[in-house]
Write a protein that binds this ligand. Structure first.
Ligand code: BES
Ligand code: MN
Ligand code: ZN
Length: 496
């Protein structure tokens, strides 16, 4: 099986000495000696140089391969203790190995990392394929000179009895890597390019390519639906709003069982009249990362033909400044009929999500609601850039999300939703107000959305910290991370 992806070809093949290129070996701290070192000399040298298999350790050398008489290069990466090894550790180790291969200008790398009882073969194959694809990603559209990487092929060698699992894992890994990179492409596009109309077109294109239906509502239709909160946010921009609805019915005999995904799609967030300080504003092109996550996840779900029904909705608009815009102090309506006092025009995400969530429940008849959004700076303060914040009204959904998180390595952490927090969204002048103040900002933003989910099980993902990276980390480059694509794919799997 061979896949060509952004220059690197991932190939799985039955192990044979003739096809082996330079070699990547994973070695754990325990059982250091048991690994299939290519020869004892190499093992002794690695040991003499202090390589112990600790997580993050890298050792490389060249050796004479006895089986073919050729000189090969060997890159050895430490995994740490086997008992503590997670799939994410495998991803990080491969990433280390690929960095080393890049330094050494290796063109073909072979690995056969299948010895760990604690991890399923299929999962490891998936993690390796997805990591290689994520690692190879660069956003180069606007560069005159694109960088060429030396690595052309990554070979996964396997034994015959492993074939079914390795190939199955590889296939899903390729889908997830590519779908995540699709999301990263959308998020990395600057605000002048990625307008609501453009985002809608990107969704349509993905739908055609991967097999899901996409319906786009323009302004008049959005007005007819009564989405007043959504429209208020988009009112200041010449780039008019779009409501994007994506439908995938992989279980048509159970049309009443529908999982609902809602993604925040603010293509640029200036803050509106509650203007953001200049310093933090450029990063607000990333404010549609939630919508990219649902487009990427729908693509992956459809490509893998998962047997379940999923509908995704994005209320896409731009939060700008003009005399047509909404103001602090305004009282606006919403599709659900609730009135909202605008305390800050910069708390716009929850307004668009409130209408999108109401729409997906009322019109698309979903039973479960997941929303994903770069919603609050407070999520970055609370959890940093590695962990997505979660608020939910249903502990079972959180457990499913945790299981999905373990599959893909995207870290999540639940925040409390005690009833006292709901008080912060109250005002004497309207049914709700759109900020709960600074304290517990991620919780109160989540609970604002909760007010629109009726009796549905709901889970909210705040990806303000995790959607983009200001510097490269492990297998992710600077810029959009595509967070949520893999999480929402594996979450959907828990409904099968
Ligand atoms: N898009 C921002 C949240 C954000 C901030 C994402 C930093 C990524 C990095 C959101 O629309 C926003 O402005 N939230 C306000 C809410 C406040 C006015 C209650 C915030 O977090 O300051
Ligand atoms: Mn904002
Ligand atoms: Zn925003």
């Amino acid at each position: 099986m061979e896949k060509e992806l952004s220059g690197v070809e991932i190939r799985a093949l039955i192990y044979s000495p003739e096809t082996v290129g330079d070699v990547l070996l994973f070695v754990a701290e325990d059982g250091f000696a048991d690994y299939q070192w290519p020869c004892d000399d190499v093992k002794a040298i690695a040991e003499a140089q202090g390589f112990k298999g600790e997580s993050g350790q890298v050792f490389s050398t060249a050796y004479l391969a006895g089986d073919t008489g050729t000189v090969r290069r060997l890159i050895v990466v430490g995994l740490g203790k086997l008992a503590e090894l997670e799939l994410e550790g495998v991803r990080k180790a491969l990433s280390r190995g690929l960095d080393e291969a890049d330094k050494l200008k290796v063109t073909s790398l072979t690995t056969a990392p299948w010895g760990w009882d604690s991890l399923a073969l299929k999962d490891v194959a998936r993690a390796l394929a997805e990591t290689a694809i994520l690692k190879g990603y660069r956003f180069e559209r606007y560069l005159e000179k694109k960088k060429e990487s030396s690595l052309k092929t990554l070979q996964l060698g396997y034994e015959e009895e492993q074939e079914v699992d390795v190939l199955a894992g590889l296939k899903v890994g390729v889908t997830l890597g590519q779908s995540t990179n699709l999301a990263r492409d959308l998020v990395n596009e600057p605000g002048n390019q990625m307008t609501p109309a453009q985002l809608a077109q990107a969704a349509q294109q993905a739908g055609e390519e991967y097999g899901f239906e996409v319906e786009v509502f323009e302004e008049k239709a959005i007005e007819e639906l009564g989405m007043e909160a959504f429209l208020a946010v988009g009112r200041a921009s010449v780039n008019r709003p779009r409501l994007i609805v994506m439908r995938y019915f992989g279980k048509p005999d159970k049309p009443d069982e529908v999982l609902g995904y809602v993604g925040k799609g603010i293509t640029f967030d200036s803050g509106g009249l509650s203007l953001k300080p200049a310093g933090g504003m450029a990063g607000m092109k990333y404010d549609m990362a939630g919508s990219a996550a649902v487009i990427g996840a729908m693509s992956a779900i459809a490509r893998e033909k998962l047997p379940l029904n999923v509908v995704a909705v994005v209320a896409a608009c731009e939060n700008l400044v003009s005399s047509t815009g909404y103001r602090p102090g305004d009282i606006i309506g919403s599709m659900a009929g609730k009135t909202i006092l605008i305390e800050s025009t910069d708390a716009e995400g929850r307004l668009t999500l409130a209408d999108a969530v109401h729409y997906i429940i009322e019109k698309e008849k979903v039973n479960t609601v997941v929303d994903i959004a770069t919603l609050t700076g407070a999520a970055i303060v609370a959890l940093g850039n590695t962990t997505t914040g979660v608020v939910t009204n249903d502990q079972k959904l959180y457990e499913k999300m945790q299981a999905a998180s373990e599959q893909c390595g995207e870290r999540i952490w639940q925040l409390p939703s005690f009833p006292e927090y709901r008080e912060q969204n109250k005002t004497p002048f309207a049914d709700l107000k759109n900020t709960g103040g600074r304290p517990a900002g991620t919780v109160t933003a989540g609970l604002f959305i909760e007010a629109f989910v009726q009796d549905k099980p709901w889970i909210h993902l705040d990806i303000a910290g995790t959607a983009s990276a200001s510097k490269p980390r492990d297998y992710l480059a600077e810029g959009a991370t595509g967070v949520g694509v893999r999480l929402l794919y594996h979450f959907a799997e828990t409904f099968i």
